[in-house]
Ligand binder design. Structure first.
Ligand SMILES: CC(C)(COP(=O)(O)OP(=O)(O)OC[C@H]1O[C@@H](n2cnc3c(N)ncnc32)[C@H](O)[C@@H]1OP(=O)(O)O)[C@@H](O)C(=O)NCCC(=O)NCCS
Length: 181
C-alpha cells in the first residue's frame, strides 16, 4: 500500500509559501487549465481538449488518496501525486512492484520559482513520517530537463533508463532519511 485510504486526507501541509491539501470543487478550473495546457501536455502524453475536460471532469477532480493540490495565496497552482507503481510496467525497486511513485504537474505560469520542489519536499516529508523506511520511485522522460532537475534536487538517484510511451524514461529512487538515533 502507498497511501492508506483510511487516513486520507491528512491535515493540510504548510510550507514557507504553499499549502498542500486534498482537492476541492473550487480547484476544478485549475485542473482544466493544467490538463489542457500544451506546455504541460508535451511532457505527459499530450494535452486534452479544454471542452472535453469542461464537460467530463468530476465536480471535485483528483479526489483520491495520494493527490495533493498545491495552493499559493488561496489558489491552486499544481498537483502532486503518490500512486502505487503498476507491477506490470518497467521500473521497480521491489520484485512485486506497487512502490509509491511521485508525480508533479504545475501550471506553466508558476514554473521557475521553486514551488514544485518546495511542494514535493513537503509531500516526501509527510510520506516518510507516515510510512517510515519506504522508498519512493519516480519516472520521467529523460528529455524533461526541468523534471529531472526537480527530482535530483529532491534527492532522487537514477536507478535505470528504459523505453516507454515512445521515449526514453529516467527512473529514479528516493530513500528516506534514517530516523534520528
Ligand atoms: C516539472 C515541473 C513541475 C518543474 O517546475 P519548476 O518550476 O521548473 O521546478 P522548481 O519548483 O524546482 O523550480 C526551479 C526553478 O525555480 C528557480 N527559483 C526561483 N526562485 C526560487 C526559490 N525561491 N527557491 C527555489 N528555486 C527558485 C530555480 O532557480 C529554478 O530555475 P531553473 O529551472 O531556471 O534552474 C514543471 O516544469 C511541470 O509542471 N512540467 C510539466 C509536468 C511534468 O513534466 N511533470 C513531470 C512528470 S512526473
Amino acid at each position: 500500500m502507498t497511501v492508506d485510504p483510511a487516513s486520507w486526507p491528512p491535515a493540510p501541509l504548510s510550507t514557507d509559501r504553499l499549502v498542500l491539501r486534498a482537492s476541492q470543487a473550487r480547484d476544478r478550473p485549475a485542473f482544466v487549465e493544467l490538463f489542457s495546457s500544451p506546455e504541460v501536455g508535451v511532457h505527459v502524453g499530450g494535452a486534452r481538449p479544454r471542452e472535453e475536460l469542461e464537460r467530463g471532469m468530476p465536480e471535485v477532480p483528483g479526489q483520491r488518496p495520494g493527490v495533493f493540490v498545491a495552493e499559493l495565496d488561496g489558489a491552486m497552482i499544481g498537483m502532486i501525486t503518490l500512486d502505487p507503481r503498476d507491477a506490470q510496467r518497467p521500473g521497480h525497486v521491489r520484485p512485486d512492484g506497487g512502490e509509491a511513485e511521485l508525480g508533479y504537474l504545475f501550471l506553466p505560469r508558476s514554473w521557475g520559482r521553486g514551488y514544485a520542489s518546495e511542494a514535493c519536499r513537503a509531500v516526501l516529508g509527510w510520506f516518510a513520517a507516515t510510512r517510515p523506511g519506504e522508498p519512493v520511485v519516480l519516472t520521467t522522460r529523460t528529455a524533461n530537463d526541468r523534471s529531472v532537475r526537480v527530482a535530483t534536487k529532491l534527492g532522487f538517484a537514477e536507478a535505470g533508463r528504459f523505453e516507454e510511451y515512445g521515449a526514453e524514461q529516467w527512473f529514479a529512487v528516493w530513500t528516506p532519511p534514517a530516523p534520528p538515533a
